[in-house]
Design a protein around this ligand. Structure first.
Ligand code: NAD
Ligand code: LMR
Length: 327
């Protein structure tokens, strides 16, 4: 089988450093699939990315068929089967939300165009760079020839954070928990939902039996975990973000385990009252390289209000980038 072309943007950044070695070791696509890595950076960071490429060579990974480093998006995405869009413009002091969206428009518009121009017909895109959901929407809107559903954004880190918090609360392992969901935006408005989650077959919300803990502790802890990591480390999450990116693509390509689902931000088809087209997190199962939204879940009042609030934020972000002429 020909190697799979995996393009990683922001390759010289901190997530890139935690991500590339795991991709090359087989964690992304399994132990039988060789990969070609394409590393895209801005000109000032190409040298650092080349240094990382030297280290990748020095690992002598049997699955790593080749590495290319470039600052040319067209080259980086040419023939790409998987694209991990990690590089983004971080918010700096004094920067308003509109400035951040505009700066990222300058990154994700040309990358969407380059994906449209040259990516392989089976391209799968994961956007990690923040604001991830809206950056994914910008890239998608500039790739009209690629099926819209191939553009996804990452809420798997939030999913994994929620698993860990719930496991600690209930004194179980993360493996004991199934069917947890992150709804909405990868932001502080996201909604981690345990009402359908099962712990060794029992309903998680009933086991918790404490709505105040859900509202005042669990949900804000998960939703603000990114900020708590920044506060503690002095830098945003990197290894856990890279790990979640691996999990997201691994499950999309190789499938979710039977009896479980995961969370992915994907273009809404209108399910659960989420306006069509916005890239919002849903419970999904994956099989044969395709994801599907888990249907038929009952959404209680507690959940409805929280899903609606996060979705409203996504609609605002979409309208803001529309207003800026970015989509
Ligand atoms: P970083 O600053 O260490 O690295 C970002 C890299 O992107 C830099 O090397 C920079 O040169 C590069 N870059 C900037 N513009 C680029 C472009 N146009 N093309 C290619 N590369 C470009 O940041 P990081 O810690 O690696 O984080 C990357 C992004 O991921 C940030 O936006 C961060 O907020 C986000 N993030 C998302 C999640 C999530 O769960 N969705 C979690 C953690 C971090
Ligand atoms: C995270 O969830 O860790 C990041 O999205 C935080 C950030 O702002 O980079």
């Amino acid at each position: 089988m020909a190697p799979v072309n995996v393009t990683v943007t922001g390759a010289a950044g901190q997530i890139g450093y935690a991500l590339l070695f795991r991709i090359a070791s087989g964690a992304l696509l399994g132990p039988d699939t060789k990969v070609n890595l394409r590393l895209l950076e801005i000109p000032a960071a190409v040298k650092a990315a080349e240094g990382t490429a030297m280290e990748l060579d020095d690992c002598a990974f049997p699955l790593l068929a080749g590495i290319e480093v470039t600052d040319d998006a067209k080259k980086a995405f040419d023939g790409a089967n998987v694209a991990l869009l990690v590089g983004a413009r971080p918010r700096t002091k004094g920067m308003e939300r509109g400035d951040l969206l505009e700066a990222n428009g300058g990154i994700f518009k040309p990358q969407g165009e380059a994906i449209n121009a040259g990516a392989a017909s089976d391209i799968k895109v994961l956007v990690v760079g923040n604001p991830a959901n809206t950056n994914a929407l910008i890239a998608q809107q500039h790739a009209p020839d690629v099926p819209a559903g191939r553009f996804t954004a990452m809420t798997r880190l939030d999913h994994n954070r929620a698993l860990s918090q719930l496991a600690t609360k209930l004194g179980v392992t993360v493996e004991d928990i199934k069917k947890l969901t992150i709804w909405g935006n990868h932001s502080a408005t996201q909604y981690p939902d345990v009402f359908h989650a099962e712990v060794n077959g029992k309903n998680a919300a009933e086991l918790v039996n404490d709505e105040a803990w859900l509202a005042d502790s669990f949900i804000p802890t998960v939703a603000k975990r990114g900020a708590a990591i920044i506060e503690a480390r002095g830098a945003s999450s990197a290894a856990s973000a890279a790990n979640a990116a691996i999990d997201h693509v691994h499950d999309w390509v190789l499938g979710t385990p039977a009896g479980d689902w995961t969370s992915m931000a994907i273009p809404s088809d209108g399910s659960y009252g989420v306006p069509e087209g916005i890239i919002s997190s849903f419970p999904v199962t994956c099989a044969d390289g395709e994801y599907s939204i888990v249907q038929g879940l009952e959404v209680n009042e507690f959940s409805r209000a929280r899903i609606d609030a996060s979705v409203a934020e996504l609609v605002e972000e979409r309208d803001a980038v529309k207003g800026l002429g970015l989509i």
